[in-house]
Design a protein around this ligand. Structure first.
Ligand SMILES: [Ca+2]
Length: 578
Protein backbone atom coordinates (compact mmCIF):
# COMPACT_ATOMS: atom_id res chain seq x y z
CA UNK A 1 0.00 0.00 0.00
CA UNK A 2 2.75 2.36 0.96
CA UNK A 3 4.63 1.96 -2.27
CA UNK A 4 1.49 2.30 -4.38
CA UNK A 5 0.51 5.52 -2.68
CA UNK A 6 3.82 7.19 -3.31
CA UNK A 7 4.08 5.97 -6.83
CA UNK A 8 0.70 7.59 -7.32
CA UNK A 9 1.91 10.86 -5.86
CA UNK A 10 4.98 10.93 -8.06
CA UNK A 11 3.01 9.86 -11.11
CA UNK A 12 0.54 12.65 -10.45
CA UNK A 13 3.31 15.17 -10.35
CA UNK A 14 4.75 13.90 -13.60
CA UNK A 15 1.30 13.91 -15.15
CA UNK A 16 0.74 17.55 -14.24
CA UNK A 17 4.10 18.45 -15.64
CA UNK A 18 3.60 16.52 -18.85
CA UNK A 19 0.11 17.84 -19.37
CA UNK A 20 1.41 21.36 -19.03
CA UNK A 21 3.86 20.78 -21.83
CA UNK A 22 1.16 19.53 -24.14
CA UNK A 23 -1.88 21.59 -23.29
CA UNK A 24 -2.17 25.28 -23.93
CA UNK A 25 -2.89 27.57 -21.04
CA UNK A 26 -6.51 28.06 -21.90
CA UNK A 27 -6.69 24.72 -20.12
CA UNK A 28 -9.80 23.57 -18.36
CA UNK A 29 -12.89 25.34 -19.64
CA UNK A 30 -16.07 25.03 -17.65
CA UNK A 31 -17.47 22.61 -20.21
CA UNK A 32 -14.54 20.16 -19.92
CA UNK A 33 -14.67 20.48 -16.16
CA UNK A 34 -18.31 19.55 -16.00
CA UNK A 35 -17.90 16.64 -18.38
CA UNK A 36 -14.98 15.39 -16.23
CA UNK A 37 -17.24 15.70 -13.23
CA UNK A 38 -20.19 13.89 -14.73
CA UNK A 39 -18.02 11.07 -16.03
CA UNK A 40 -16.58 10.66 -12.55
CA UNK A 41 -19.94 10.42 -10.81
CA UNK A 42 -20.55 6.79 -11.70
CA UNK A 43 -17.40 5.58 -9.98
CA UNK A 44 -17.66 7.77 -6.94
CA UNK A 45 -18.01 5.38 -4.04
CA UNK A 46 -14.93 5.16 -1.88
CA UNK A 47 -14.51 3.56 1.50
CA UNK A 48 -13.54 6.89 3.03
CA UNK A 49 -16.68 8.60 1.94
CA UNK A 50 -18.82 6.03 3.65
CA UNK A 51 -17.61 6.64 7.17
CA UNK A 52 -18.60 9.28 9.65
CA UNK A 53 -21.17 11.23 7.67
CA UNK A 54 -24.39 9.68 8.96
CA UNK A 55 -27.05 12.16 10.03
CA UNK A 56 -26.00 14.90 7.59
CA UNK A 57 -28.19 15.39 4.57
CA UNK A 58 -29.81 14.33 2.38
CA UNK A 59 -29.53 17.74 0.82
CA UNK A 60 -32.22 19.53 -1.18
CA UNK A 61 -30.51 20.10 -4.54
CA UNK A 62 -33.47 21.78 -6.24
CA UNK A 63 -31.84 25.24 -6.23
CA UNK A 64 -28.86 24.02 -8.30
CA UNK A 65 -28.71 24.71 -12.03
CA UNK A 66 -27.09 22.16 -14.34
CA UNK A 67 -23.32 21.83 -13.66
CA UNK A 68 -21.34 24.52 -15.50
CA UNK A 69 -24.29 26.91 -15.77
CA UNK A 70 -23.95 30.56 -14.69
CA UNK A 71 -25.35 31.40 -12.25
CA UNK A 72 -24.78 28.20 -10.32
CA UNK A 73 -27.91 28.68 -8.18
CA UNK A 74 -31.41 29.37 -9.44
CA UNK A 75 -32.54 31.60 -6.55
CA UNK A 76 -30.28 34.11 -4.77
CA UNK A 77 -29.10 32.91 -1.35
CA UNK A 78 -27.74 35.14 1.44
CA UNK A 79 -24.51 33.87 3.06
CA UNK A 80 -22.67 35.33 6.02
CA UNK A 81 -18.93 34.82 5.91
CA UNK A 82 -16.60 34.87 8.87
CA UNK A 83 -13.17 35.93 7.59
CA UNK A 84 -9.85 37.23 8.91
CA UNK A 85 -9.45 40.99 8.52
CA UNK A 86 -6.87 41.95 5.86
CA UNK A 87 -5.71 45.57 5.88
CA UNK A 88 -4.64 45.25 2.22
CA UNK A 89 -8.29 44.94 1.23
CA UNK A 90 -10.30 48.16 1.00
CA UNK A 91 -13.81 46.78 1.57
CA UNK A 92 -15.02 43.22 1.08
CA UNK A 93 -18.61 44.41 0.63
CA UNK A 94 -17.67 46.28 -2.57
CA UNK A 95 -14.74 44.05 -3.59
CA UNK A 96 -14.62 42.85 -7.22
CA UNK A 97 -14.10 39.22 -6.18
CA UNK A 98 -17.17 39.47 -3.94
CA UNK A 99 -19.15 40.75 -6.95
CA UNK A 100 -17.86 37.89 -9.11
CA UNK A 101 -19.09 35.31 -6.59
CA UNK A 102 -22.40 37.10 -5.99
CA UNK A 103 -23.16 37.34 -9.71
CA UNK A 104 -21.87 33.99 -10.92
CA UNK A 105 -23.05 31.82 -8.04
CA UNK A 106 -26.13 33.93 -7.22
CA UNK A 107 -25.35 34.92 -3.66
CA UNK A 108 -25.79 37.91 -1.40
CA UNK A 109 -22.64 37.97 0.75
CA UNK A 110 -22.12 39.69 4.06
CA UNK A 111 -19.08 39.60 6.31
CA UNK A 112 -18.12 39.27 9.92
CA UNK A 113 -14.46 39.71 10.82
CA UNK A 114 -11.83 37.95 12.88
CA UNK A 115 -8.75 39.96 13.92
CA UNK A 116 -5.52 39.39 11.98
CA UNK A 117 -2.66 37.17 13.21
CA UNK A 118 -2.88 34.67 16.04
CA UNK A 119 -5.81 36.58 17.57
CA UNK A 120 -8.03 35.15 14.81
CA UNK A 121 -7.74 31.65 16.20
CA UNK A 122 -8.36 32.87 19.74
CA UNK A 123 -11.41 34.90 18.78
CA UNK A 124 -12.86 31.92 16.93
CA UNK A 125 -12.29 29.70 19.98
CA UNK A 126 -14.18 32.25 22.11
CA UNK A 127 -17.07 32.29 19.64
CA UNK A 128 -17.24 28.51 19.93
CA UNK A 129 -16.97 28.35 23.72
CA UNK A 130 -19.52 31.11 24.28
CA UNK A 131 -22.03 29.12 22.25
CA UNK A 132 -22.92 31.97 19.93
CA UNK A 133 -24.52 31.28 16.57
CA UNK A 134 -21.78 30.99 13.95
CA UNK A 135 -21.87 32.67 10.51
CA UNK A 136 -22.61 30.28 7.62
CA UNK A 137 -19.02 29.74 6.60
CA UNK A 138 -15.53 30.32 7.97
CA UNK A 139 -12.93 31.39 5.40
CA UNK A 140 -9.18 31.57 5.95
CA UNK A 141 -6.20 29.38 6.73
CA UNK A 142 -6.15 30.15 10.45
CA UNK A 143 -6.72 26.56 11.58
CA UNK A 144 -4.20 23.72 11.43
CA UNK A 145 -5.34 20.30 10.22
CA UNK A 146 -5.44 19.13 13.84
CA UNK A 147 -7.61 22.08 14.92
CA UNK A 148 -9.92 21.63 11.95
CA UNK A 149 -10.38 17.98 12.89
CA UNK A 150 -10.96 18.88 16.50
CA UNK A 151 -13.75 21.38 15.71
CA UNK A 152 -15.16 19.17 12.98
CA UNK A 153 -15.35 16.01 15.06
CA UNK A 154 -17.08 18.01 17.84
CA UNK A 155 -19.75 19.01 15.34
CA UNK A 156 -18.89 22.71 14.81
CA UNK A 157 -18.10 22.14 11.13
CA UNK A 158 -20.18 20.02 8.77
CA UNK A 159 -18.55 16.99 7.16
CA UNK A 160 -18.43 17.86 3.47
CA UNK A 161 -17.98 14.41 1.91
CA UNK A 162 -21.57 14.27 0.59
CA UNK A 163 -21.59 17.89 -0.58
CA UNK A 164 -18.44 17.25 -2.61
CA UNK A 165 -20.24 14.38 -4.32
CA UNK A 166 -23.62 16.02 -4.79
CA UNK A 167 -22.84 19.71 -5.30
CA UNK A 168 -19.21 19.62 -6.41
CA UNK A 169 -18.45 20.32 -10.06
CA UNK A 170 -15.07 22.06 -10.46
CA UNK A 171 -13.83 20.84 -7.07
CA UNK A 172 -15.08 17.30 -7.58
CA UNK A 173 -13.40 17.07 -10.98
CA UNK A 174 -10.14 18.07 -9.34
CA UNK A 175 -10.47 15.82 -6.26
CA UNK A 176 -11.08 12.85 -8.54
CA UNK A 177 -8.27 13.67 -10.94
CA UNK A 178 -4.92 11.96 -10.50
CA UNK A 179 -3.33 15.13 -9.09
CA UNK A 180 -6.29 15.70 -6.79
CA UNK A 181 -6.30 12.15 -5.46
CA UNK A 182 -2.67 12.50 -4.51
CA UNK A 183 -3.42 15.50 -2.31
CA UNK A 184 -6.74 14.33 -0.86
CA UNK A 185 -4.96 12.05 1.64
CA UNK A 186 -3.94 15.30 3.36
CA UNK A 187 -7.52 16.61 3.39
CA UNK A 188 -9.24 13.65 5.05
CA UNK A 189 -9.32 13.84 8.83
CA UNK A 190 -8.38 10.75 10.83
CA UNK A 191 -12.10 9.79 11.01
CA UNK A 192 -12.38 9.79 7.20
CA UNK A 193 -14.35 13.04 7.01
CA UNK A 194 -13.57 16.14 4.99
CA UNK A 195 -14.17 19.09 7.34
CA UNK A 196 -12.74 21.82 5.16
CA UNK A 197 -12.09 22.59 1.52
CA UNK A 198 -8.44 23.01 0.58
CA UNK A 199 -6.69 26.06 -0.72
CA UNK A 200 -4.37 24.68 -3.39
CA UNK A 201 -1.66 27.01 -4.64
CA UNK A 202 0.70 25.11 -6.88
CA UNK A 203 4.03 26.67 -7.73
CA UNK A 204 6.80 24.60 -9.23
CA UNK A 205 9.37 27.09 -7.95
CA UNK A 206 8.20 26.31 -4.41
CA UNK A 207 8.36 22.56 -4.91
CA UNK A 208 12.15 22.63 -5.13
CA UNK A 209 13.40 25.58 -3.19
CA UNK A 210 16.65 24.70 -1.40
CA UNK A 211 18.74 26.46 -3.98
CA UNK A 212 22.38 27.50 -3.99
CA UNK A 213 23.74 30.46 -5.94
CA UNK A 214 27.33 30.98 -7.04
CA UNK A 215 29.33 33.89 -8.38
CA UNK A 216 29.62 33.06 -12.07
CA UNK A 217 31.71 36.17 -12.75
CA UNK A 218 34.32 34.79 -10.37
CA UNK A 219 34.18 31.30 -11.86
CA UNK A 220 34.87 32.86 -15.27
CA UNK A 221 37.58 35.18 -13.93
CA UNK A 222 39.43 32.21 -12.44
CA UNK A 223 38.68 30.01 -15.43
CA UNK A 224 36.81 27.48 -13.29
CA UNK A 225 34.03 25.11 -14.25
CA UNK A 226 30.72 24.95 -12.36
CA UNK A 227 31.34 22.47 -9.48
CA UNK A 228 29.36 19.23 -9.69
CA UNK A 229 30.64 17.32 -6.63
CA UNK A 230 31.29 18.23 -3.01
CA UNK A 231 35.04 17.89 -3.69
CA UNK A 232 34.92 20.25 -6.68
CA UNK A 233 32.78 22.62 -4.62
CA UNK A 234 35.46 22.67 -1.94
CA UNK A 235 38.14 23.46 -4.53
CA UNK A 236 36.10 26.30 -6.03
CA UNK A 237 35.54 27.85 -2.60
CA UNK A 238 39.26 27.56 -1.91
CA UNK A 239 40.06 29.34 -5.19
CA UNK A 240 37.55 32.09 -4.31
CA UNK A 241 39.31 32.57 -0.99
CA UNK A 242 42.90 32.53 -2.21
CA UNK A 243 42.96 33.84 -5.81
CA UNK A 244 41.46 37.32 -5.42
CA UNK A 245 38.59 36.86 -7.88
CA UNK A 246 37.29 40.40 -7.28
CA UNK A 247 40.72 41.69 -8.28
CA UNK A 248 41.24 44.32 -5.59
CA UNK A 249 44.45 42.85 -4.21
CA UNK A 250 42.84 42.07 -0.83
CA UNK A 251 41.75 38.70 0.58
CA UNK A 252 38.30 40.11 1.30
CA UNK A 253 36.25 37.41 -0.44
CA UNK A 254 33.69 35.43 1.56
CA UNK A 255 33.51 32.07 -0.26
CA UNK A 256 30.32 30.73 1.33
CA UNK A 257 27.87 32.30 3.76
CA UNK A 258 24.20 32.00 4.76
CA UNK A 259 21.87 33.30 7.46
CA UNK A 260 20.08 31.77 10.42
CA UNK A 261 16.55 32.94 9.63
CA UNK A 262 16.06 33.86 5.97
CA UNK A 263 14.09 31.89 3.37
CA UNK A 264 16.10 28.71 2.79
CA UNK A 265 19.33 30.49 3.72
CA UNK A 266 20.28 27.76 6.17
CA UNK A 267 23.58 26.37 5.01
CA UNK A 268 23.70 23.04 6.85
CA UNK A 269 20.32 21.99 5.54
CA UNK A 270 21.15 22.77 1.92
CA UNK A 271 24.62 21.21 2.11
CA UNK A 272 23.32 17.95 3.63
CA UNK A 273 21.54 16.90 0.46
CA UNK A 274 24.68 15.64 -1.36
CA UNK A 275 24.98 13.18 1.54
CA UNK A 276 21.39 12.10 2.24
CA UNK A 277 17.80 13.14 1.77
CA UNK A 278 17.47 15.31 4.89
CA UNK A 279 13.72 15.99 4.62
CA UNK A 280 13.92 19.08 6.83
CA UNK A 281 10.70 20.09 5.06
CA UNK A 282 8.83 17.58 7.18
CA UNK A 283 10.35 16.60 10.51
CA UNK A 284 13.43 14.94 8.95
CA UNK A 285 11.39 11.76 8.52
CA UNK A 286 12.70 8.97 6.34
CA UNK A 287 10.95 5.77 5.28
CA UNK A 288 12.93 2.54 5.66
CA UNK A 289 12.49 -0.40 3.31
CA UNK A 290 10.06 -2.07 5.69
CA UNK A 291 7.88 1.06 5.88
CA UNK A 292 9.39 1.91 9.26
CA UNK A 293 10.02 5.57 9.93
CA UNK A 294 13.25 7.01 11.22
CA UNK A 295 14.88 10.45 11.14
CA UNK A 296 17.72 11.60 8.91
CA UNK A 297 19.66 13.53 11.52
CA UNK A 298 20.85 10.44 13.41
CA UNK A 299 22.13 8.66 10.29
CA UNK A 300 25.87 8.17 9.62
CA UNK A 301 25.51 10.04 6.30
CA UNK A 302 24.44 13.11 8.22
CA UNK A 303 27.56 12.82 10.35
CA UNK A 304 29.55 12.72 7.07
CA UNK A 305 27.82 15.91 5.95
CA UNK A 306 28.76 17.61 9.23
CA UNK A 307 32.34 16.45 8.84
CA UNK A 308 32.49 17.97 5.35
CA UNK A 309 31.07 21.27 6.54
CA UNK A 310 33.43 21.26 9.52
CA UNK A 311 36.31 20.99 7.06
CA UNK A 312 34.97 23.94 5.02
CA UNK A 313 34.64 25.96 8.21
CA UNK A 314 38.08 25.05 9.54
CA UNK A 315 39.67 26.11 6.24
CA UNK A 316 37.87 29.46 6.32
CA UNK A 317 35.66 28.62 3.34
CA UNK A 318 32.33 28.53 5.18
CA UNK A 319 31.71 31.64 7.26
CA UNK A 320 30.61 30.71 10.82
CA UNK A 321 28.54 33.91 10.86
CA UNK A 322 26.05 31.82 8.87
CA UNK A 323 24.81 30.23 12.11
CA UNK A 324 24.22 33.43 14.04
CA UNK A 325 23.54 36.32 11.71
CA UNK A 326 20.01 37.28 10.75
CA UNK A 327 18.85 37.98 7.25
CA UNK A 328 19.15 41.76 7.75
CA UNK A 329 22.91 41.44 8.41
CA UNK A 330 23.25 38.88 5.63
CA UNK A 331 21.71 41.34 3.18
CA UNK A 332 24.26 43.99 4.15
CA UNK A 333 27.08 41.60 3.23
CA UNK A 334 25.38 40.76 -0.06
CA UNK A 335 24.93 44.40 -1.07
CA UNK A 336 28.46 45.44 -0.02
CA UNK A 337 28.75 48.74 -1.83
CA UNK A 338 32.47 48.99 -2.52
CA UNK A 339 33.13 45.66 -4.19
CA UNK A 340 31.58 42.22 -4.66
CA UNK A 341 32.71 39.98 -1.80
CA UNK A 342 30.28 37.04 -2.02
CA UNK A 343 31.20 33.72 -3.63
CA UNK A 344 28.28 31.45 -2.88
CA UNK A 345 25.03 31.57 -0.88
CA UNK A 346 22.17 29.22 -0.04
CA UNK A 347 18.85 31.00 -0.62
CA UNK A 348 15.36 30.26 -1.83
CA UNK A 349 15.92 32.83 -4.54
CA UNK A 350 17.85 35.91 -5.48
CA UNK A 351 14.92 37.90 -4.10
CA UNK A 352 17.19 38.23 -1.05
CA UNK A 353 18.89 40.98 -3.10
CA UNK A 354 17.32 44.37 -3.73
CA UNK A 355 15.33 44.48 -6.97
CA UNK A 356 17.81 46.80 -8.65
CA UNK A 357 20.94 45.29 -7.05
CA UNK A 358 24.01 45.06 -9.28
CA UNK A 359 25.52 42.43 -6.98
CA UNK A 360 23.03 39.73 -7.89
CA UNK A 361 23.97 40.02 -11.56
CA UNK A 362 27.08 37.93 -10.80
CA UNK A 363 25.03 35.01 -9.49
CA UNK A 364 23.72 31.87 -11.10
CA UNK A 365 22.35 28.69 -9.55
CA UNK A 366 24.50 25.68 -8.65
CA UNK A 367 22.86 22.42 -9.79
CA UNK A 368 22.62 19.95 -6.86
CA UNK A 369 26.04 18.60 -5.94
CA UNK A 370 26.92 14.91 -5.86
CA UNK A 371 28.43 13.70 -2.58
CA UNK A 372 31.32 11.26 -1.98
CA UNK A 373 28.97 8.26 -2.00
CA UNK A 374 27.17 9.33 -5.15
CA UNK A 375 24.09 10.81 -3.43
CA UNK A 376 22.60 13.81 -5.24
CA UNK A 377 19.33 15.00 -3.75
CA UNK A 378 17.37 18.22 -3.77
CA UNK A 379 14.70 18.96 -1.19
CA UNK A 380 11.16 18.49 -2.37
CA UNK A 381 7.88 19.59 -0.92
CA UNK A 382 4.64 19.59 -2.89
CA UNK A 383 3.40 23.17 -3.13
CA UNK A 384 0.02 21.59 -3.83
CA UNK A 385 -0.05 20.31 -0.21
CA UNK A 386 -3.24 21.93 0.90
CA UNK A 387 -4.04 24.33 3.64
CA UNK A 388 -7.70 24.27 4.54
CA UNK A 389 -9.32 27.53 3.48
CA UNK A 390 -13.07 27.07 3.90
CA UNK A 391 -15.45 25.50 6.43
CA UNK A 392 -19.23 25.26 6.59
CA UNK A 393 -20.41 25.74 10.15
CA UNK A 394 -23.06 23.82 12.08
CA UNK A 395 -25.32 26.91 11.94
CA UNK A 396 -25.22 27.28 8.14
CA UNK A 397 -28.75 27.80 6.82
CA UNK A 398 -27.99 26.58 3.29
CA UNK A 399 -25.01 24.19 3.06
CA UNK A 400 -25.72 23.54 -0.62
CA UNK A 401 -25.29 27.25 -1.47
CA UNK A 402 -22.21 27.48 0.77
CA UNK A 403 -20.61 24.51 -0.97
CA UNK A 404 -21.58 25.89 -4.38
CA UNK A 405 -19.52 28.98 -3.52
CA UNK A 406 -16.49 26.94 -2.48
CA UNK A 407 -16.87 24.87 -5.62
CA UNK A 408 -16.98 27.94 -7.86
CA UNK A 409 -13.75 29.16 -6.28
CA UNK A 410 -12.12 26.18 -8.08
CA UNK A 411 -13.24 27.47 -11.49
CA UNK A 412 -10.20 28.42 -13.54
CA UNK A 413 -10.73 32.12 -14.19
CA UNK A 414 -12.02 32.57 -10.65
CA UNK A 415 -8.80 31.06 -9.31
CA UNK A 416 -6.72 33.40 -11.50
CA UNK A 417 -8.81 36.37 -10.35
CA UNK A 418 -8.35 35.28 -6.75
CA UNK A 419 -4.61 35.85 -7.07
CA UNK A 420 -4.18 38.49 -9.75
CA UNK A 421 -7.42 40.47 -9.80
CA UNK A 422 -9.82 41.44 -12.54
CA UNK A 423 -9.32 40.20 -16.10
CA UNK A 424 -8.45 42.95 -18.61
CA UNK A 425 -7.92 45.38 -15.73
CA UNK A 426 -5.13 43.74 -13.72
CA UNK A 427 -4.16 40.95 -16.14
CA UNK A 428 -5.01 39.82 -19.64
CA UNK A 429 -4.53 36.99 -22.09
CA UNK A 430 -0.91 37.25 -23.31
CA UNK A 431 0.10 39.27 -26.36
CA UNK A 432 1.11 37.12 -29.31
CA UNK A 433 4.86 37.69 -28.89
CA UNK A 434 4.81 37.23 -25.10
CA UNK A 435 7.36 34.89 -23.54
CA UNK A 436 6.37 32.85 -20.48
CA UNK A 437 8.56 32.48 -17.37
CA UNK A 438 8.66 28.69 -17.66
CA UNK A 439 8.77 28.06 -21.38
CA UNK A 440 11.93 26.02 -20.62
CA UNK A 441 9.58 23.46 -19.03
CA UNK A 442 6.95 23.65 -21.74
CA UNK A 443 4.50 25.98 -19.99
CA UNK A 444 2.88 28.40 -22.38
CA UNK A 445 2.26 32.01 -21.35
CA UNK A 446 -1.26 32.50 -20.05
CA UNK A 447 -1.26 35.53 -17.74
CA UNK A 448 0.12 38.92 -18.71
CA UNK A 449 0.11 41.46 -15.91
CA UNK A 450 -1.31 44.90 -16.58
CA UNK A 451 -1.44 46.10 -13.02
CA UNK A 452 0.36 43.89 -10.50
CA UNK A 453 -1.69 44.29 -7.31
CA UNK A 454 -0.49 41.36 -5.17
CA UNK A 455 0.66 42.65 -1.78
CA UNK A 456 -0.76 46.14 -2.32
CA UNK A 457 -3.85 47.91 -0.97
CA UNK A 458 -6.56 46.85 -3.41
CA UNK A 459 -10.22 45.96 -3.79
CA UNK A 460 -10.04 43.32 -6.54
CA UNK A 461 -9.47 40.06 -4.62
CA UNK A 462 -9.59 38.56 -1.12
CA UNK A 463 -5.87 37.88 -0.77
CA UNK A 464 -6.29 34.26 -1.90
CA UNK A 465 -7.08 33.01 1.63
CA UNK A 466 -10.10 30.90 0.62
CA UNK A 467 -10.48 27.57 -1.18
CA UNK A 468 -8.89 27.87 -4.61
CA UNK A 469 -7.23 25.81 -7.30
CA UNK A 470 -4.25 27.73 -8.61
CA UNK A 471 -2.61 25.13 -10.83
CA UNK A 472 1.04 24.81 -11.87
CA UNK A 473 0.46 26.30 -15.29
CA UNK A 474 -0.75 29.63 -13.87
CA UNK A 475 2.37 30.76 -11.97
CA UNK A 476 4.51 29.15 -14.65
CA UNK A 477 2.56 30.83 -17.44
CA UNK A 478 3.09 34.38 -16.23
CA UNK A 479 4.64 36.48 -18.97
CA UNK A 480 8.34 37.22 -18.45
CA UNK A 481 9.21 40.92 -18.50
CA UNK A 482 12.55 40.22 -20.25
CA UNK A 483 14.75 41.04 -17.25
CA UNK A 484 17.32 38.20 -16.93
CA UNK A 485 17.94 39.14 -13.27
CA UNK A 486 14.28 38.99 -12.27
CA UNK A 487 14.24 36.49 -9.40
CA UNK A 488 11.26 34.59 -10.76
CA UNK A 489 13.15 34.14 -13.99
CA UNK A 490 16.33 32.95 -12.26
CA UNK A 491 14.25 30.44 -10.30
CA UNK A 492 12.70 29.23 -13.55
CA UNK A 493 16.18 28.73 -14.96
CA UNK A 494 17.23 26.70 -11.90
CA UNK A 495 14.21 24.42 -11.59
CA UNK A 496 15.04 21.88 -14.34
CA UNK A 497 18.29 21.05 -12.52
CA UNK A 498 16.56 20.66 -9.16
CA UNK A 499 13.41 18.78 -9.95
CA UNK A 500 12.89 15.07 -9.42
CA UNK A 501 15.99 14.58 -7.25
CA UNK A 502 14.14 13.02 -4.32
CA UNK A 503 13.51 9.44 -3.19
CA UNK A 504 10.34 7.61 -4.11
CA UNK A 505 9.17 7.48 -0.49
CA UNK A 506 9.13 10.99 0.91
CA UNK A 507 7.00 11.83 3.94
CA UNK A 508 5.55 15.19 2.95
CA UNK A 509 3.09 15.55 5.82
CA UNK A 510 1.33 13.50 8.48
CA UNK A 511 -2.19 14.16 9.70
CA UNK A 512 -2.22 13.73 13.47
CA UNK A 513 -5.10 13.52 15.90
CA UNK A 514 -5.25 16.20 18.59
CA UNK A 515 -3.97 13.72 21.16
CA UNK A 516 -1.05 12.68 18.96
CA UNK A 517 -0.17 16.28 18.13
CA UNK A 518 -0.22 17.23 21.82
CA UNK A 519 2.00 14.31 22.74
CA UNK A 520 4.82 15.29 20.36
CA UNK A 521 4.63 19.11 20.54
CA UNK A 522 7.26 19.43 23.26
CA UNK A 523 9.69 17.08 21.54
CA UNK A 524 9.40 18.97 18.26
CA UNK A 525 10.07 22.33 19.93
CA UNK A 526 13.10 21.01 21.81
CA UNK A 527 14.37 19.08 18.82
CA UNK A 528 14.69 22.21 16.70
CA UNK A 529 16.66 24.04 19.36
CA UNK A 530 18.95 21.10 20.06
CA UNK A 531 19.46 20.29 16.40
CA UNK A 532 20.41 23.79 15.28
CA UNK A 533 22.68 24.41 18.27
CA UNK A 534 24.44 21.04 18.07
CA UNK A 535 24.87 21.13 14.33
CA UNK A 536 26.39 24.61 14.50
CA UNK A 537 28.79 23.52 17.22
CA UNK A 538 29.91 20.45 15.24
CA UNK A 539 30.49 22.49 12.08
CA UNK A 540 32.30 25.39 13.73
CA UNK A 541 34.36 22.97 15.80
CA UNK A 542 33.06 24.11 19.20
CA UNK A 543 32.29 20.45 19.72
CA UNK A 544 34.24 17.59 18.20
CA UNK A 545 32.41 15.05 16.05
CA UNK A 546 33.84 12.41 18.39
CA UNK A 547 30.86 13.46 20.55
CA UNK A 548 28.41 12.35 17.84
CA UNK A 549 27.18 9.37 19.87
CA UNK A 550 26.27 11.71 22.72
CA UNK A 551 24.17 13.79 20.34
CA UNK A 552 22.21 10.73 19.25
CA UNK A 553 21.62 9.59 22.83
CA UNK A 554 20.59 13.14 23.83
CA UNK A 555 18.00 13.07 21.06
CA UNK A 556 16.71 9.77 22.36
CA UNK A 557 16.55 11.21 25.87
CA UNK A 558 14.50 14.09 24.47
CA UNK A 559 11.82 11.66 23.30
CA UNK A 560 12.84 10.68 19.78
CA UNK A 561 11.56 7.11 20.13
CA UNK A 562 8.13 8.26 21.34
CA UNK A 563 7.93 10.77 18.51
CA UNK A 564 8.75 8.09 15.95
CA UNK A 565 6.13 5.78 17.39
CA UNK A 566 3.42 8.49 17.11
CA UNK A 567 4.57 9.41 13.61
CA UNK A 568 4.46 5.73 12.62
CA UNK A 569 0.86 5.43 13.85
CA UNK A 570 -0.23 8.44 11.78
CA UNK A 571 1.77 7.25 8.79
CA UNK A 572 0.27 3.75 8.88
CA UNK A 573 -3.24 5.18 9.27
CA UNK A 574 -2.73 7.40 6.22
CA UNK A 575 -1.46 4.45 4.17
CA UNK A 576 -4.66 2.60 5.02
CA UNK A 577 -6.89 5.63 4.37
CA UNK A 578 -5.10 6.26 1.09
CA1 LIG B 1 39.86 40.46 -3.16
Amino acid sequence: MKTRRWKTAVAAFVAVFTAASLVSCSGQSSSTASSDASSAVSGSSDSQEQSGTEGVGPYDLSNLNEPGTIPVLKEKVPLEILIVQDTNIEDLETNEFTKRLEENVNLDLSFEYLPAGSDAKQKFAIMISSGETLPDVLIGTLLSAVEAYSYGSQGYFLPLNDLVQEVGNYSKAYFESEAGEAIMQYVYSPDGNIYGIPRICEDIGNDFFHRMWINKTWLDALNLEMPTTTDEFHDVLEAFKTQDPNGNGKADEIPLVGSSDGWRQNIWQTLSYPFLYLNNEFDYLQVGEDGKLTVSFIQPEFRDALEYMNQLCTEGLLDPLSFTQKQTEFKQLLENEEVQIIGCIPAGSTSVYQTTSKRKEDLTHVPPLTGPDGACYAAYTASSLPEIGGFITKDCADPVAAYAMFDYMYERETAISARWGVKDVDWKEPDEDAVGLYENLGYEPCIQHINYIWGTLQNHHWGEVHPTLRTYDMISGQVWDGNPYDYNYTIAQAIPDYMDKYPEDVVLRLIYTQEEADSIAEFLANRDTMLSETVASFITGAHSLSEWDNFVSDMNALGLEDFLSVAQTAYDRMQQNG
